[in-house]
Design a binder for this molecule. Sequence first.
Ligand SMILES: [Zn+2]
Length: 353
Amino acid sequence: MKPGVVTGAEYTELVAACKEGKYAMPAVNISGTNTINAVMEAAAQAKSDVIIQLSNGGAGFYAGKGIPSAHDGMVMGAVSAAQHVHYLAEHYGICVVLHTDHANRKLLPWIDSLIEQNAKFHAANGKSLFSSHMLDLSEELPEANVATCKEYLQKLDKLNISLEIELGVTGGEEDGVGSDDLSDSSKLYTTPEDVWYAYQELQGLGHFSVAAAFGNVHGVYKPGNVTLQPKILKACQDHVEAQLGDGVSNPCDFVFHGGSGSDEADIKEAIGYGVFKMNIDTDTQFAFSNGVHTNMQKNPTAYENQIDPETGKPNKSTYDPRKVLRAGEETMVSRLQEAFEVLGSKGNSIAGA
Ligand SMILES: [Zn+2]
């Protein structure tokens, strides 16, 4: 496969390669060029393909906090970030998937505008800006959730874009979506019946993936709040497989949300049940900020004085923002090496293969 952004049939080929090779790609939420470049640098180092993901908040931040309209900001930021990746990805020699993160019903106008932008880009370049978008209507009843997903999958498929849907609620809060209240844990587990229902409704309309809830939580919490139960994914796959009866194992393409802070054994077990994408945000946010912090702690006076009060020497080479930001990139790159290792994607890039 040619390195660079993959969409349409190339994307589904990549998903199939992950499932066949029993590995998953990290989907890393980014917020600017530093974090995007760190993800591509890390993937190139690990010889792994990777997913670059934008939440609505991340997209708005990418466009700049000075943009007066929040809606325009999250549309323009997503388009701008995607164009940055389209232009650079092939030079890193790996395949990159471009994805958006949770969009609940009030964020549908964001997705509508992105569909328009995808169509424009497709007309000019023969491929879409994004490989896949996500709708998260998991707070609604399955019928309403899936009916809207069906409508969107039909629109997206015309542009060779995949759709990720969410069934069952991922716990925790991320970018204003979800809640920190983990007291009602029954909603945190997807049922095989719901997966089969969605499968029947969406089958044949285009490529889709399913974020299924198996006790996963956004963010890193104290242990003991909820229990991860990857077996739920197996139960879902077994049910769909039995209904289809065509002997194809793991028919659903599953997505693991809230991967940060999870046990390696649980991650590996989930991958065995058809997870090809694991979202990671909290851990890489911490890595980036921690790298910046550690770097600044080494010489705190340099950030308060342009000329060192004791030596009289200029501090320019220390407070140069590139030094500070690069420190964040480096710790993010190294944290991502752990992710590629655990997910088994290291050395498995299909670029050039
Ligand atoms: Zn999520």
